[in-house]
Design a protein around this ligand. Structure first.
Ligand code: PEP
Ligand code: MG
Length: 747
């Protein structure tokens, strides 16, 4: 790189910084900048185009084009050369612009006079903000160094746009991070919340993109990279890394050790950037390049590079995770992804959670569900868009998050929350009343739980007991296998809190999709149908037995209810049951108290169990339908796949017929039957199940009120007749008729 151009770009950056330091409104600054760039580059034209919305670019300042076209000339993303630069996120450099692919003639600007065109994207960490263009009459291609200089200026402009340096009254000049954005993702947990963004990993803000003393900056970047490398080595040396974590860290290390990365950043510094800005420039370039690739592996690497650059920026700026910022009163956690233990640490302080990744069955979703916090997953690139403290609305029902919402959206949303609160108040008045239908059938409404912290809801919600206590969480949030004594103490506290209400403990439902941090992961092509739940428990009974012992000890002579998940055939139930009976026998022989009453049940989560021999139904003390899993296997529709998971209606008559078959088989042996999947908490579904003959439903605590309110106002025999009419008419689903009938019922 020739020395002259180094100092040229440094000179240009210094002049730019001086302009930015001068007081003035946004438009003045942009005008001065275009003047300065054209002057320094010795071109007739310099123009700045900024995004007006996600699809539209607007000419916001120009030196050399007709002034009247400022704020008039607009183009769509991909349109004309400017639009092409924005779409590709890469420079376009041509000596003969009118002949170039995509050129669009815009008479209002007078640009036909200019032959050479160089456009570079104004972007920050892959986030597109606009396009910077220089043009000249002489037909020539711009040199590598000139392109570089314009790119560096564009980057500083991006940084400044981000910081609001061009703010002002004109909305097109508003910083990108002040505009409302809506993210349409998926539902991780239902519910609505209003709050302020709290970033799990806050963005580092670079306030000093330009530096005077390159040698000092080079020292800084070398030291920071050194520290980064050491920190990765430390992480790699830590024990208890699973294969995947190790692979990720190995990739990190390779990248952090790469000479090219440091060399490119040092070159950027020599051209006038600060160490922080050099890191960001590399990050942006890598992102822009990788954004073009579809390959999921490479895209994952893009995240790695991002993470690494963020770590480096934190080292350089001293802005750690703990930035000293104060958590707002009503925090909504925004993160790319988050582990269950970290989410639990935030606990119930959070109003809501919005994740870029995540899945319905992810550990974070399980915790969010246990904490009853609305969760939106797959929310685009929200971590790049959101800043700490931004107002945000979380609509867990629709799987939507509104960042910096417009006033009208806020108002509509508040109405919705108020209506829900109003309804909750109404439900509270039903708390002590039974869920008895007008024709006198009483349904026992129970709640699902998974945390000690859930237990207070047992009284508040009016639940008659805990119909499903998921025991995975205590295993998932630890870095080591919990000890028997710890589990026993926890289960005892759960039973204490429940008092005389029944708690149905489900043994560990863990498998290759819910990998414990301290268990060797298994690569399975289809984890939901793989080695999970009772299959693991029976093949490796050590953990199952330890858990059963903990439950027996916790009961200390009190009644105990245990349920085994994912039983597909009778023999599995027999084997699991005999483990429990053996542990009881052992405890007795040790002189420990044993439960005064023991109930052992099975979860029906695979269709096969419905066809088990009669002896199974006779032996089981109760059966609970795990509808989430059962439905996915009945319809062969993955419950975690957004594309198909809502494709089949729970009220599809084939499914209802199937459930009724189970009701009949249970009735023949007088085996109590319950339903504990998410559907039990949806009022119309709950009504249909009750009409089919279910007498115990277990659901999220918040669903008990709405379900009870509906059951109390209907005649069950009529609901059943409606389902039968739908069946007789050959309807696919009972929903349309049930809904229509319900709307004709008095409130
Ligand atoms: C179910 O499958 O319906 C169920 C209750 O279990 P989980 O959601 O924990 O798999
Ligand atoms: Mg299940």
């Amino acid at each position: 790189m020739p020395d002259r151009s180094e100092s040229d770009s440094r000179k240009l950056l210094r002049r730019l910084r001086d302009v930015l330091a001068m007081p003035g409104a946004g438009q003045d600054r942009l005008d001065r900048i275009t003047h300065l760039i054209a002057d320094s580059m010795r071109t007739e034209v310099c123009s700045i185009y900024l995004f007006r919305d996600a699809e539209t670019l607007e000419l916001c300042a120009t030196e050399g084009l007709k002034k009247e076209s400022v704020h008039q000339t607009r183009m769509r993303l991909g349109e004309g050369l400017v639009g092409r630069v924005a779409r590709m996120g890469q420079p376009v450099n041509t000596a003969n612009a009118p002949a170039a692919k995509g050129f669009r003639y815009m008479p209002e600007t007078g640009e036909e006079l200019f032959s050479s065109f160089l456009g570079v994207p104004i972007q920050r960490v892959g986030e597109k903000l606009g396009v910077l263009v220089v043009q000249s009459k002489t037909a020539r291609e711009f040199s590598e160094d000139e392109i570089y200089a314009v790119e560096v200026v564009a980057m500083v402009l991006a940084e400044m746009t981000e910081l609001g340096a061009f703010g002002g009254d004109d909305s097109s000049l508003r910083a990108r991070h002040r505009q409302p954005v809506m993210f349409r993702g998926g539902t991780g947990q239902e519910g609505a919340a209003e709050g302020r963004v709290w970033l799990h990993e806050p963005r580092v803000v670079v306030t000093n993109p330009v530096a005077d003393d390159p040698l000092t900056e080079i020292d800084r970047i070398r030291e920071a990279v050194g520290r980064l490398r050491i920190s990765i080595d430390d992480l790699l040396a830590a024990e208890q890394l699973d294969k995947e974590q190790k692979q990720v860290l190995d990739a990190y290390r390779m990248f952090a050790q790469s000479r090219g990365w440091l060399r490119r950043m040092e070159e950027d510094i020599m051209r006038g950037l600060s160490a922080e800005a050099a890191v960001e420039k590399e990050q942006s370039t890598a992102r822009a390049r990788l954004e073009q690739v579809q390959d999921p592996y490479l895209r994952e690497r893009m995240h790695d590079i991002d993470d690494l650059s963020n770590r480096l920026l934190r080292i350089l700026t001293g802005q750690g995770r703990d930035t000293g910022a104060e958590m707002p009163d009503n925090p909504v956690l925004v993160a790319r992804n988050i582990g269950p233990a970290e989410l639990l640490d935030y606990g119930r302080n959070l109003r809501g959670v919005v994740l870029e990744e995540g899945s319905v069955g992810s550990h974070a979703a399980i915790v969010a569900r246990a904490l009853a916090i609305p969760l939106v997953i797959h929310a685009g690139n929200i971590t790049s868009e959101a800043l700490n403290g931004d107002p945000i609305l979380v609509d867990g029902d629709q799987g939507v998050a509104h960042l910096r919402p417009e006033e009208t959206v806020v108002r509509a949303f508040r109405d919705k929350i108020a209506m829900q609160a109003e309804a909750q108040k109404r439900y509270a008045s039903l708390r002590e009343l039974p869920a008895t239908t007008t024709d006198g059938v009483t349904i026992s409404l129970n709640m699902n739980a998974g945390l000690m912290a859930d237990l207070p809801s047992l009284r508040g919600s009016g639940a008659e007991g805990v119909g499903l206590f998921r025991t995975e969480l205590q295993f998932l949030v630890r870095s080591q296998m919990p000890k028997r004594a710890e589990l026993a103490a926890l289960y005892a506290r759960v039973m204490d809190a429940a008092g005389d209400k029944r708690v149905t403990f489900r043994t560990l439902d863990i498998g290759s999709d819910k990998v414990l941090p301290y268990m060797k992961p298994n690569d399975e092509p289809n984890p939901a149908m793989g080695w999970r739940a009772i299959r693991v428990g029976l093949d490796k009974p050590g953990v199952l037995r330890m858990q059963l012992q903990a439950l027996i000890r916790a009961s200390a002579g009190r009644p105990l209810t245990v349920m085994f998940p994912f039983i597909a055939e009778q023999s599995e139930f027999l084997a699991a049951r005999s483990h429990l009976l053996r542990e009881i026998h052992r405890e007795k022989s040790l002189g420990h108290p044993v439960p005064e009453r023991l109930e052992i049940g099975a979860m029906c989560e695979t269709p096969s169990l419905a066809f088990a021999p009669r002896s199974f139904f006779e032996l089981a003390d109760f059966i609970s339908i795990g509808g989430n899993d059962l439905k996915q296997f009945f319809f062969a529709a993955d419950r975690e796949n957004e594309r198909v998971r809502r494709r089949y209606d729970t009220l599809n008559l084939s499914f209802l017929d199937f459930l009724e078959g189970v009701v009949k088989r249970c009735a023949a042996t007088a085996t109590p039957l319950s339903f504990c999947g998410e559907d039990a908490g949806r009022p119309i579904e709950a009504l249909a199940f009750a009409a089919l003959g279910f007498r115990l439903l277990s659901m999220r605590p918040a669903s008990i009120g709405p379900v009870k309110a509906l059951l109390r106002r209907v005649e069950l025999a009529q609901a059943r007749a409606v389902i039968e009419a739908a069946r007789a008419a050959g309807d696919e689903s009972a929903r349309p008729r049930l809904t229509a009938w319900l709307s004709s019922q008095p409130d």
